[in-house]
Structure formats: structure tokens, C-alpha cells
Design a protein around this ligand. Structure first.
Ligand SMILES: NC(=O)c1ccc[n+]([C@@H]2O[C@H](COP(=O)([O-])OP(=O)(O)OC[C@H]3O[C@@H](n4cnc5c(N)ncnc54)[C@H](OP(=O)(O)O)[C@@H]3O)[C@@H](O)[C@H]2O)c1
Length: 244
């Protein structure tokens, strides 16, 4: 994978940062995308310290002009895009009877439309290259449902349909499209969950522990590697056995 170029959305923190670090350790050049310039640049600097080239781009993946800029800047800097990791994601939880239109729209826009916009730009380039690896980050909640997460679970279930469709559309162009569905992973996103709910969740995980971002990063790097060239349209569940 040495010399390949990857874009990691939501690469500034949490799971995305672990993915970016794991790719950098394979000598992949990484474009880190986040909304906050400071944390995004800080992560890109940490990656450069590992000895690989890395740039930071502050962008909102739900905005098509921002997404166009991510890809234009990547081409300008590195000349190609081999790997796209659609990891940027947010939650805005509420029971559906209290869920506001804006909460529904924002989660769908970032998690689902953002993935669509990035896939569209990436695939245009990857078709020309006759090579590409796209990995979309879904969630266990898209398959099991979760109280208070109608917007989030719908966005993550939709990513499975999007992934399978794109896999079929571009399988004969050297492009694979897969998704990883994490279970409960310790990051900022899960930090605010009340302790009693966390204890209850832990009981439902056969392995008896929460995941760490590296558990997801290792699987993503495998799917992005040449070793995974015959895998496409798959949803890989990484959850300690919580959902089978
Ligand atoms: N943690 C879990 O248990 C878990 C489980 C299943 C699935 N997932 C999924 O895994 C992915 C990463 O989750 P995480 O736990 O690492 O979340 P996190 O710690 O909250 O990090 C989210 C990342 O997404 C970026 N981001 C948010 N909105 C964005 C936007 N509009 N445009 C560009 N970047 C944006 C953030 O950047 P800024 O800080 O710069 O805004 C940050 O880098 C998400 O898709 C999430 O749904 C997580």
C-alpha cells in the first residue's frame, strides 16, 4: 500500500483518527477531513510525524462544494485517490415523537448524503484509474435499531444499501465498495451515554468489553488492502459478538 493516497472523513478524532494512523503506518498518504481546522491539522501533523505525507482539509461532508474541494485539493497535492473512508458521522438523539425536523435532516445529511457525495467524487476518479477501495462506516444500530436513534439508525441502514449498489455498479472497474458496522466503540461519541446504560450494554456483548477505535481501524485497513481484492458489497460487523 506504500505510496497510495487515502481520504479519511472524520479523520481528526475517534475511529477516523485510528484509521488514519493505521493507514499512515502502512505508508499511505492520508488526507484528514474534519469540520474543525485545528484538530484536523493537529492529526495531520501527528501522521506526518509517522513519516508519511498528510494534509488536513476542513470541510463539511454534507456540502457538495466542500466535498468537491476535498477531492480537488487531494488531486492537486497527491495526484490521485486510491482509498476513500467515509467515516464522518454524528448523532442527534431523541424519541421520534420529540425529534425535530432539523435533527432528522442534519443526521441524514452528514451520515448519508455526505457518504453519497464523497462516493460520487471518488468514483469519478477511480473509474479513470481502474482502481479504488471505498469503505463506508455504518453501525450496529442500523441493523438492530436503538431507542432514540431513528435518524441515526436510518442513516446507517441506508449506508448498507448504498454500499451494495455501488459495489454492483463498479465491480467491473476495479473498485470495491464495502462497509464496516462497528458495535459499541469507546470514543467521544459514546462518552456521554449514561453509566447505567453502558453497564446494560456491556452485558449484551459476549466478549465482555467495549471496542476500541483500533478494532475498527484494523478491519478497515484490511478491506483497503490489495489482499481484500475479491471482497465487495459486504457489511463487516465488528462488535465483539453483540450482533450476529
Ligand atoms: N463510537 C461508536 O460506538 C460507533 C459505533 C458505530 C458506528 N460509529 C460510526 O463511526 C464513525 C466515527 O465515530 P466516532 O465515534 O469516532 O465519532 P466522533 O469521535 O464523534 O468523531 C466524529 C468525526 O467526524 C467528524 N465530523 C462530524 N461531522 C462532520 C461533517 N459534517 N463533515 C466532516 N467531518 C465531520 C468530526 O470532526 P470534527 O470534530 O472536526 O467536527 C470527527 O472527526 C461515525 O460514522 C459513527 O457513526 C461509531
Amino acid at each position: 500500500m506504500k505510496g497510495q493516497v487515502a481520504i479519511v472523513t472524520g479523520g481528526s478524532r475517534g475511529i477516523g483518527k485510528a484509521i488514519a494512523m493505521a493507514l499512515a503506518k502502512k505508508s499511505v498518504k492520508v488526507v484528514v477531513v474534519g469540520t474543525k481546522q485545528e484538530t484536523t491539522s493537529q492529526t495531520a501533523k501527528e501522521l506526518s510525524n509517522l513519516g508519511t505525507d498528510s494534509i488536513a482539509i476542513a470541510a463539511d461532508v454534507s456540502n457538495s462544494a466542500d466535498v468537491k474541494n476535498i477531492f480537488d485539493s487531494t488531486i492537486k497535492e497527491f495526484g490521485k485517490v486510491d482509498i476513500l473512508i467515509n467515516n464522518a458521522g454524528i448523532t442527534k438523539d431523541a424519541l421520534i415523537i420529540r425529534m425535530k425536523d432539523e435533527e432528522w435532516d442534519r443526521v441524514i445529511d452528514v451520515n448519508l448524503k455526505g457518504t453519497f457525495l464523497c462516493c460520487r467524487e471518488a468514483i469519478k476518479l477511480m473509474i479513470k484509474q481502474k482502481y479504488g477501495r471505498i469503505i463506508n462506516i455504518s453501525s450496529i444500530v442500523g441493523f438492530m435499531g436503538n431507542i432514540g436513534q431513528a435518524n441515526y439508525s436510518a442513516s446507517k441502514a441506508a449506508i448498507a444499501g448504498l454500499t451494495k449498489t455501488l459495489a454492483k455498479e463498479y465491480a467491473n472497474r476495479g473498485i470495491t465498495v464495502n462497509a464496516v458496522a462497528p458495535g459499541f466503540i469507546t470514543t467521544d461519541m459514546t462518552e456521554t451515554i449514561p453509566e447505567n446504560i453502558k453497564t446494560e450494554m456491556l452485558r449484551s456483548i459476549p466478549m465482555g468489553r467495549f471496542g476500541v477505535p483500533e478494532d475498527i481501524a484494523n478491519v478497515v485497513v484490511f478491506l483497503a488492502s490489495p489482499e481484500a481484492s475479491y471482497i465487495t458489497g459486504q457489511i463487516l460487523h465488528v462488535n465483539g459478538g453483540m450482533y450476529m
